[in-house]
Design a binder for this molecule. Sequence first.
Ligand code: GRF
Length: 190
Amino acid sequence: TRLVILISGRGSNMRSIIEAINHQQLDATVAAVISNRPDAAGLEYASSQSIPTKIVDHKAFADRDSFDKALAKQIDEFNPDYVILAGFMRILTAEFVEHYQNKLINIHPSLLPKFKGLDTHQRAIDAGEQEHGASVHFVTAELDDGPVIMQAKVKVMADDSAQTLAARVLEQEHQLYPAAIQKLVNSKQD
Ligand code: GRF
C-alpha cells in the first residue's frame, strides 16, 4: 500500500507513520512527503529516511484552485493508494477532495463530530468535557466532517491547560494514525 503524506509543519504524525513502517507495525510504504510550506521541519526528517520530498508552495499560486491542481498533479506522479494529511493546514477544494474520494485521510484532534475546526483542546476544556481525543477520518468537502475510521480517547484532567491536554492527545495520535491506516490496509486486502 503506497502512501503520500502531506504536511505543513513539524510532521510528528508523519514521523510516527514512518516509524511504524520501519518497525513492521504498518504494512505500507511512503512514496513521498509533500509540504505546502518550504520551511516545514518534517521535510528534513523525511529526507533523512531517504523518502522523496516535494514542496508545492501555496504562496506561489494565485488562488486555491490552481494550488490544489498543482498539488494533485504532484501527488499523482507517485500514484498512491492513500493520501495522508498529517498536520496539513490547508482547506482543500471540493474538486481536489472528489479527485481522491475515499483515498484522502486526515487526523483531527477531537472526538468528531465534536469540535470541528481549530483550538479544539481549549474548546473541550471550556465546554467542561470529561474526555477528549483524536479522530482519523475520510476527508470530504465539508471541513472535519467525513466518516470516522478510528478514534483515541484521553481523560480531561481538572488542572489541564490546552497545552497539557494537546500533548496527551498528540501522544495518542502517534499510535492512532498508524493503527487506522493499518485498518485500511487490512480492509483493502479483504
Ligand atoms: C496535530 O494536532 C494534529 O492533530 C493536527 O495537526 C497537529 C500537528 O500535527 N492534524 P503534526 O505534528 O504536524 O503531525
